[in-house]
Design a protein around this ligand. Structure first.
Ligand SMILES: [Zn+2]
Length: 199
């Protein structure tokens, strides 16, 4: 199944502001200029990128690329970013340690809300698509897909970008004897070239 998901982001970026009455911080779009985009077409490892964000500049950096989590334009509590990033981090750790029962228990308890199914008849035969109401739900969908397809996420040794590997991604997992992963052949060759020069 594919994740059919369109989201919005502010083309002028995001900022953190303090609400004086409530005494809490929000991440807000800097302007009303927004564009629609398909996050999962841009990057295959969004949940991994998100899970690595652990401070304010990281959360803003994420929002600049992928927008907010729960609503397209409404101010989002900074604490939401903190909490949700921590959740993804925890779940990825459990998954990487092979603790699938703990992953499933946590996932089933919290993550399935507001996800719906649709037939897409543009394909022949028709396909079933998942859809989600917000980016957060869509990332949990991606997490679920990752597990059932035994995907992993690896980081390119040259550009430090995350990318998904596994049977459905057209990218093979790193071999047991390989020390490094690369997002593409060009980066593998470039890395080799640089390191040959340095030794
Ligand atoms: Zn790369």
């Amino acid at each position: 199944m594919t994740i059919d998901f369109v989201w919005q982001r502010c083309v002028d970026g995001y900022a953190v502001v303090k609400n004086k009455n409530e005494g809490v911080h929000y991440i807000v779009p800097k302007t009303g200029r927004a564009e629609c985009f398909r996050p999962f077409d841009i990057h295959s490892a969004i949940l991994c990128i998100f899970s690595e964000k652990t401070n304010v500049s990281g959360y803003v950096d994420f929002a600049n690329k992928f927008g907010l989590l729960n609503h397209e334009a409404a101010p989002e509590l900074l604490s939401q970013f903190e909490l949700q990033s921590y959740e993804f981090r925890t779940m990825l750790e459990l998954y990487n340690r092979g603790n699938l029962n703990a992953v499933a228990a946590n996932f089933n308890k919290l993550k399935g809300r507001d996800i719906f199914l649709q037939f897409n008849t543009a394909h022949d035969p028709p396909t079933l698509c998942y859809s989600a109401t917000n980016l957060l739900q869509a990332m949990w969908l991606q997490f679920g897909e990752m597990i059932i397809h035994e995907e992993k996420q690896e980081m390119c040794a040259l550009c430090n970008e995350w990318f998904a590997v596994g049977p459905t991604t057209n990218r093979r997992r790193r071999r047991f004897n390989a020390k490094r992963s690369f997002c593409c052949d060009a980066h593998a060759k470039r890395y080799e070239y640089i390191n040959r020069k340095n030794t």
